[in-house]
Unconditional design. Structure first.
Length: 137
């Protein structure tokens, strides 16, 4: 039986996105508070995948919805929550005018996908040109 690509989503991806995004933010010279914010956005950016699979809600919107009460419970300020949710909502299709946090989260999300080692590569609905087919270090 074919392996469904969605079955390959794991929390490991979010951890990788969080770590890589914080490295990108530091390298770009973003302030240290932005580095922490991007780490949280990376950890939470795909938590809405389950809703997407269950009821079709786009995961970037579902993730922002689910992340908001978590961030409030963790004591983030209104501004920090706004910035994190904004980055999560736009992590799939940023524009050149988007904030550096959105740009960093988008880049980290795309560059950390291990397509080169994925067993579901042939069943994946990602276009070939978007797949990470080489390990870059």
């Amino acid at each position: 039986a074919a392996i469904d690509a969605k079955d390959h989503y794991t929390f490991n991806h979010s951890q990788c996105v969080s770590k890589y995004a914080s490295q990108l933010a530091e390298h770009a010279g973003l302030p240290s508070d932005h580095v922490e914010i991007i780490q949280q956005a990376g950890l939470l950016h795909d938590i809405g995948k389950g809703m997407q699979y269950e009821d079709g809600t786009p995961h970037h919107l579902a993730s922002a919805q689910l992340a908001e009460p978590i961030l409030k419970d963790c004591g983030y300020t209104f501004e920090e929550i706004h910035d994190i949710l904004h980055a999560i909502r736009l992590h799939r299709k940023p524009t050149d005018e988007d904030t550096p946090l959105v740009q960093v989260l988008y880049a980290a999300d795309k560059k950390t996908r291990p397509c080169f080692a994925c067993e579901a590569q042939e069943d994946c609905n990602w276009p070939q040109e978007k797949k990470n087919l080489q390990l870059i270090y």
